[in-house]
Design a protein. Structure first.
Lengths: 196, 196
DNA sequence: GTCTATAATAGGATAGAC
DNA sequence: GTCTATCCTATTATAGAC
């Protein structure tokens, strides 16, 4: 079978996901209706159900789209010279986040994860990858200069990584809730709070 | 008019909110239907609409119920002797949180805040109170022993408070997403990560 | 104030033509 | 593969009896 057809099919699928993401940004994750996706995509019910067995499967694909891509920012930061401090790592990660429109939908996906186990699995997987990269960098940073950390660098990193990672939900939640949240100040504060 | 009637009326209202909170914990914020609240409360549609003009107003009351109460933990910690370190403050706050069932619904409310401005206002108000207490304590801690902080204690606290506060969403989100999230380890990590 | 019954609508999903 | 039309269920909110 011709390769073009497969590619076109995949492209149409992505198109539908794109439209659904826009719906989530406008109406919230649970506020998305098939009718809204139809309108936003310019397609029809038949087209959508030809690519997704039901609404839930579409929304899981949306969750994946929304959460993914954050890994790239960290991987890029990783490639720089020398180990980065916890604060510097977080600046790289969050500064990447805040310029992506889809990031506004991330808290939506986290909330949904508590009730849809497929969404939860997607979130856990991507969260795990980010945490893994972060942990590696923290070990490198703790090892680079002795005395930075009490005890073993790996043990320290295992313990501290979840707390360091908390800066990400902290940023997104405060940005969503507080009318005049100062994003730039938050980024400046990261190296201060986590400098050691 | 008799005072008892007023009190009874208020009590019935709280009863309905209680039932709605249980619905949120079971079905998610947007998954709550009037039918589910009717079932959970053992009341009827008429009873509910006699206390709330519509579903949205009920859900705003639910948001308030879910978010409030966190301030008490911090205020209690505040009363202890001597200024607490950032890590110790967070342990008090989060350890209080994790033993309350309703805390599982907090990420739901944060997600909803992006789309319902009344909910957002509730979240902003309560977040603001917690942040205010935290800031006061951080200033006291920074002032207590010189050299802990570069520059002015108040300026430092203003900058750092939002990042310290991030540990709360960080905890709740990771607990919701990660299948084997180690709550106790997170609490142990707080003083390590924020000790200075 | 609260109940039962119901109106009015919205939303998910399918059928069949093309 | 996609479109139009439609079925069916779920849901919000109201009306009127008690």
């Amino acid at each position: 079978m011709p390769k073009v057809t497969e590619a076109h099919r995949a492209a149409r699928r992505e198109e539908i996901i794109d439209a659904a993401v826009r719906c989530v940004l406008r109406d919230g994750y649970r506020g998305v209706s098939i009718a809204s996706v139809i309108q936003e995509s310019g397609l029809s019910a038949g087209a959508i159900y030809g690519h997704f067995v039901n609404k839930q499967e579409l929304l899981v694909a949306v969750a994946e789209r929304v959460l993914d891509g954050r890994v790239a920012d960290l991987a890029a930061a990783q490639r720089r010279n020398g180990p980065l401090s916890p604060g510097e790592l977080l600046v790289a990660l969050i500064d990447g986040l805040r310029h992506e429109d889809v990031s506004a939908a991330i808290p939506q996906v986290w909330a949904e994860a508590a009730f849809d186990d497929d969404v939860r699995a997607v979130a856990e997987r991507i969260f795990g990858r980010v945490r893994g990269i972060l942990r590696t960098e923290l070990v490198a940073w703790a090892t680079a200069s002795p005395g930075r950390v009490d005890g073993d660098a790996e043990e320290w990193a295992d313990l501290v990584t979840p707390v360091v990672l908390a800066a990400v939900p902290g940023f997104l939640v405060q940005r969503a809730i507080l009318r005049n949240f100062d994003e730039a100040a938050y980024l400046r504060a990261l190296p201060v709070a986590y400098r050691r």
